[in-house]
Design a binder for this molecule. Structure first.
Ligand SMILES: Cc1cc2nc3c(=O)[nH]c(=O)nc-3n(C[C@H](O)[C@H](O)[C@H](O)COP(=O)(O)OP(=O)(O)OC[C@H]3O[C@@H](n4cnc5c(N)ncnc54)[C@H](O)[C@@H]3O)c2cc1C
Length: 372
């Protein structure tokens, strides 16, 4: 099979939200970018996710990355929020009991200290905002700057921006990453000064040594019930289950889509890459959601699907140069927060590649932290 060598500045492997954001940020800096995607842009985890843009604060690095990224999203959606199907719905972290209310207060302190607007809600204020919540909850925390987008659409918009600046896209499956280039499954070779691996949970197919593990998640979507809920509702108990390093779990996570549909999440499972919907897991997730919003059980669920998050041992993504291979860059391992953190990832990566200073310290996300 004939091999063609084509020279460009950067090859980005993967056109999920992370690869698309990287193509956008790199082309904005004048680099010639080629994006190689084996499927459709935004069809991987990006299509499976909820699209919640959320400031998370499990550790200072996660807070810095997500807060930076939410501010970048606000500028990106700008005057045309409907193009991204954006809604600034805010998040209400729901506290089931006094222990979780204490967690809400701690979260409020952390976010406020970082300059993120938030408001503790006593039960009356919680039910005024979200009457569908079951009685007996302890309260909540409203983070009003959080929002949501339709992620595959946003990925497409970012990719199109890059294309307008001269970036090219190629439908193909990368079989191997070589020195300064890639080998495709069809035998073609493409060369570039830099290669960015943004292949999500499939990144380990190309670099088996990466500390990235798939975490499967189920999602369901209802028919249209405008006004059923108004904010993204997440249980504070989520923090306990979402970061477990093993075992299956479900957490209450409800999202009001701009269409009036209700997106219901979410579950977490390790040790499987089978994308099939599992009825038992789905039922467990829906029951748990209905325990928080009982009327949910009366709504028609139209569709269910699953996706794979790319989880790292410390819950932070891998952003920056590969520890051992010159010219190879990583933008992967975004777990359950990659829609939110895609834009900051792209800015950090583009700044590092060009030797520029970064808006937030890049060190917590450097892939080298796992390099023995
Ligand atoms: C159920 C669920 C709910 C979620 N909810 C949220 C949320 O509310 N908010 C949030 O911020 N995040 C959420 N996430 C996380 C978010 O979806 C991911 O972190 C994000 O989509 C990762 O984007 P990515 O571009 O890295 O990966 P992907 O979207 O998976 O993109 C990788 C791309 O690379 C391509 N590819 C892979 N291998 C190759 C190859 N060898 N050659 C060519 N192309 C290749 C794939 O086809 C794919 O298109 C959720 C995830 C799941 C699963």
């Amino acid at each position: 099979m004939g091999h063609t060598v084509i020279q460009t500045d950067v090859i980005v492997i993967g056109a999920g939200i992370v690869g698309a954001a990287c193509a956008d940020a790199l082309s904005q800096r004048g680099m010639r970018v080629k994006v190689i995607e084996q499927d459709m842009a935004g069809s991987g985890a990006t299509a499976a996710g909820m699209g919640h843009l959320v400031v998370m604060d499990d550790n200072p690095a996660e807070l810095a990355l997500s807060a930076y990224s939410v501010s970048l999203w606000n500028s990106l959606v700008g005057d045309l929020p409907q193009r991204h199907e954006y809604s600034r719905c805010g998040t209400i972290w729901v506290a089931a009991d006094e222990e979780e209310m204490a967690a809400a207060r701690a979260k409020a302190d952390t976010l406020s200290a970082y300059g993120i607007a938030c408001e503790l809600l006593a039960p009356a204020a919680l039910y005024e905002r979200e009457p569908q919540l079951r009685p007996g909850l302890a309260g909540g925390l409203l983070v009003s700057g959080d929002g949501l987008v339709y992620p595959p659409k946003s990925a497409r918009i970012l990719l199109d921006r890059a294309i307008r600046r001269g970036a090219t896209t190629l439908r193909g499956s990368v079989a191997a990453i070589e020195d300064n280039g890639v080998l495709l499954a069809d035998g073609m070779r493409y060369q570039a000064q830099h290669v960015v691996l943004a292949a999500g949970s499939r990144s380990t197919a190309l670099l088996p040594e990466l500390p990235v593990q798939p975490k499967k998640g189920h999602i369901a979507i209802t028919d249209r019930y405008p006004g059923f809920v108004h904010h993204q509702l997440v249980e504070l108990g989520y923090i306990k289950s979402a970061h477990a390093a093993s075992g299956d779990s479900v957490a209450f996570n409800l999202q009001p889509r701009p269409t009036g549909q209700v997106l219901i999440g979410s579950s977490r499972q390790f040790d499987t890459i089978d994308l099939a919907v599992e009825p038992a897991m789905l039922q467990r997730m829906l029951r748990h959601a209905a325990a928080f919003t009982p009327a949910l059980a009366q709504l028609n669920v139209l569709r269910c699907w699953t996706g794979l998050r790319a989880a790292t041992p410390d819950g932070l993504p891998l952003i920056g140069p590969h520890a051992a291979r010159r010219g190879l860059w990583l933008a992967t391992g975004h777990e359950g927060l990659g829609i939110t953190t895609s834009l900051a990832t792209a800015q950090l990566l583009a700044a590092q590649m060009n030797g520029d200073s970064t808006r937030i310290p890049a060190s917590p996300y450097l892939p080298g932290r796992f390099h023995a």
